[in-house]
Design a protein around this ligand. Sequence first.
Ligand code: GLU
Length: 512
Amino acid sequence: MSREVRVRFAPSPTGPLHIGGVRTALYNYLFARKRGGKFLLRIEDTDQTRFVPGAEAYIQESLEWLGISPDESPWNPGDSAPYRQSERKPSYMQYALDLVEAGHAYYAFDTSEELEAMRERLTAARVVQPQYNSITRTQMKNSLTLPDEEVKARLASGEPYVIRVKIPRKEEVRLNDMIRGWVMVQSATLDDKVLMKSDGMPTYHLANIVDDHLMNITHVIRGEEWLPSAPLHVLLYKFFGWEDTMPEFAHLPLLLKPDGNGKLSKRDGDKLGFPVFPLNWENKLDGETASGFRESGYLPDAFLNFLAFLGWNPGDDREIFSLEELIEAFSVERIGKSGTKFDIAKAKWFNEQYLRAKSNAELAPHVIADASKEGEIILQDTAEALVALMKERVTFPSEIWQGSKFVVIAPTEFDQDVAGKRWNADAVTVLTAYAETLEGFSGTYDAETAKAMLGETAEAKEIKLGKVMQAVRLAVTGVGAGPDLMEIFAILGPEEVAKRIRFSLATLDVIS
Ligand code: GLU
């Protein structure tokens, strides 16, 4: 019987979740859903020195915003609880001791000065990668070199120690990565990593393997930066005797800077003028802040769609995918091997597509909220009308109110540049006549009638409408460009249009 698919996203709460981490979470989520399995979240907080308050809540909120919440997590525990490694602390030591017992790990008592001296010695001898390994360990203070009695005495006296993995000297370690195929590494290139630290906390490597095993993880989908650790992980599965249930690995390609030169870093975002985090972030310890996609106006479904394409594609030219469609189309085989350039223009494009596909009613609350921030109370109908005016012209919902608020707030000032160029005697003639017509008007005033009436007015004065059109816009909106003017007239109604024209005539001087 095949095992139920169980994947996990295992972030460390050391700061805000980076966009690369969100992509890892998304791919794990899609993989689990596609295979009818479970998506777990485990907080890897064994490194207490790097713990940042608020980071865990940030991870939770980010995933909730995108609608990819885990099936099991610290805040939604299942059978594999607890889901924070700090709460699983008591269990790790025994696993490390089992490895010592079986001869796959050993105690090491070297002080930091001794370790430093070793590194210096090796560097002086021109060793490229000075490390604690199958060769150098023979000259260090550990349970492989010290007599048994001394090891016991040191342990009994409470002397600080770490437990290191004993990497075999000559072994080929192989793993079949789902994205990269066979990866082969000679064990001689690996070092004897610390598994248990002197403070009694496990390192990432030990805790990660033990937990993946205990949580019945079937597939490990994570960033490429973990590929160098994978051979050690494979060895640990072997040493523990867990090879039969060892998860399959998939290492996701790196996210690159927009110019393709190097990895997209956490600091790139605000430096390059776009967010690299899902949500705004403020570090409570040092006050450091970073901007997020959510607060920058990206819609969650658009952002999710964009994210899915950072390293994966469906194999044809379709680009717009709902979460359900992504689940249906997703496969690890279609994840690329090489790094993906981060292209913010593409993120904007997705946002525009999703914005346009939304109904006016759906977007109206954004406009109502933005208006109220400026003290304007607008009704659903008005908000929907503004959405209709602006939807095709904007990238972000906030641009709707910004680009159309003159509909609600009559202009009291006029763009002087446009006035200087377009405000002339012809404009005044047409506008005066149009205001008069409107003041006596009581029929239906939609965009078409508004336009027909304006056209007739200009014609009667033998003035070409095209020549005065920008002045008409200026009179009613205060600026020289914007959405369809006749639609604006229809929303305002004849009385308000006439009122605004009168105000502009009284305010603007004719420079002709
Ligand atoms: N805690 C690791 C991280 O922060 C998890 C790596 C893994 O998925 O094994 O990315």
